[in-house]
Design a protein around this ligand. Structure first.
Ligand SMILES: [Zn+2]
Ligand SMILES: [Zn+2]
Length: 158
């Protein structure tokens, strides 16, 4: 089964970008060049921030050989809409399962008061970043006390 890139909508990823336990694939998208586990966790990019950077730099293919003869960026970006809700652990910890639980709570109700699973010293903050090309948001969950940060890619209307 092929997977869709949450940055550019390329639908030939060999692996899911993150598995159910939050492990990254380290696969590099042939189209936008995003590496799951590096550009996010190491470089701190959200999908939206990387996408903006990539599109404004001309949206060039990372691996030109994979580019279809007929290619439409906007059509491809619309495929992001088909991605199931996805939990992205930006902040690698031994408590990833706890973060995934936390993410599920805050995916269904962004105003819930949930303590930071990392430090326990503060309630988590939620910020929604709409994805312009698809009916999705990136819900960024962060702790103002210890700066832990995680993210959920989810439908706009939930
Ligand atoms: Zn991509
Ligand atoms: Zn914290």
């Amino acid at each position: 089964m092929k997977h869709i890139c949450p940055v550019c909508g390329y639908d030939e990823l060999q692996q899911a970008p993150y598995d159910a336990d939050g492990n990254e694939s380290y696969e590099i998208c042939h189209c936008c060049g995003f590496e799951f586990g590096f550009d996010d966790i190491h470089d701190g990019h959200t999908f939206e921030s990387y996408r903006n950077k990539w599109v404004s730099a001309g949206a060039t293919w990372f691996y030109e050989q994979s580019k279809p003869e007929v290619w439409d960026l906007n059509q491809q970006l619309k495929k992001i809409e088909r991605i199931q809700p996805m939990y992205i652990p930006f902040w690698k910890t031994k408590d990833t399962p706890k973060w995934i639980e936390t993410g599920k709570i805050l995916a269904s109700n962004s105003t819930d008061k949930v303590p930071c699973p990392e430090c326990g010293n503060h309630f988590l903050m939620v910020q929604d970043v709409p994805i312009m090309y698809a009916n999705k948001i990136e819900r960024i969950i962060s702790c103002p006390a210890c700066f832990a940060k995680n993210m959920i890619l989810m439908p706009y209307n939930s």
